[in-house]
Design a protein around this ligand. Structure first.
Ligand code: FES
Ligand code: FES
Length: 201
């Protein structure tokens, strides 16, 4: 009888004890998670995939997300900043490099797709500026601001690697892949002719 009176008159609800236990458990879980984040997460290393790349006849191993564009890898991870970033959407061609002898837009190729390929950038065209395209560019004084020129030279180098006596149509087609906002096209054409003469001597 006295028990029922006590329950009825008590200001504390009957299930408050259960609620208190739940809150206590919840607080402990939050505490444990916070401790984990505070003390252990900073020491965890992020596990990125590794890729072996052949760039300018040297072997590199880079850690990157598989879909990172080759252009990012060249510039940010390998410090090969000769290859330029223009549009990032395959519209300007200033990021052109050679892959297995073909001109490609490095902003459009993922690093994952470059394994077992031979990549050549403007830095790898020759060590001493003796490549016919480099010599011709120098002789014709092609660059104005210069930003597009690595892409222009790589596009021409790729064309000449396949065809040492390209027709006007072939030249125009190769040139159309890289834009020059300074309008140096007439000097580029002159340099291409000089390079053709040089490699056909
Ligand atoms: S930056 Fe690659 S095409 Fe423009
Ligand atoms: S030289 Fe300036 S964009 Fe081509």
């Amino acid at each position: 009888m006295s028990m029922s009176i006590l329950k009825k008159d008590s200001p504390v609800p009957e299930n408050s004890c259960i609620m208190y236990q739940r809150e206590k458990r919840f607080a402990i879980i939050i505490f444990v998670i916070s401790c984990y984040q505070l003390f252990f997460l900073p020491f965890q290393t992020t596990c990125m995939p590794k890729f072996n790349l052949n760039v300018n006849n040297k072997q590199y191993t880079v850690e990157a997300e598989a879909d990172m564009p080759l252009l990012w890898v060249l510039r940010d991870l390998l410090d090969l900043t000769g290859t330029k970033y223009g549009c990032g959407v395959a519209s300007c061609g200033v990021c052109t490099v050679l892959m297995d002898g073909n001109a490609i837009y490095s902003c459009q190729r993922s690093v994952g797709s470059c394994v077992n390929k031979k990549i050549i950038t403007i830095e790898g065209l020759s060590e001493d500026g003796s490549h016919p395209v480099q010599k011709a560019w120098q002789k014709a004084g092609v660059p104005q601001c210069g930003y597009c020129q690595p892409g222009q030279m790589m596009a021409v180098a790729a064309m000449l690697e396949k065809n040492k006596k390209p027709s006007d149509d072939t030249i125009n087609s190769a040139m159309s892949n890289v834009l020059c906002r300074c309008g140096t096209y007439h000097r580029i054409k002159k340099a291409i002719q000089l390079a053709i003469e040089e490699i056909n001597k």
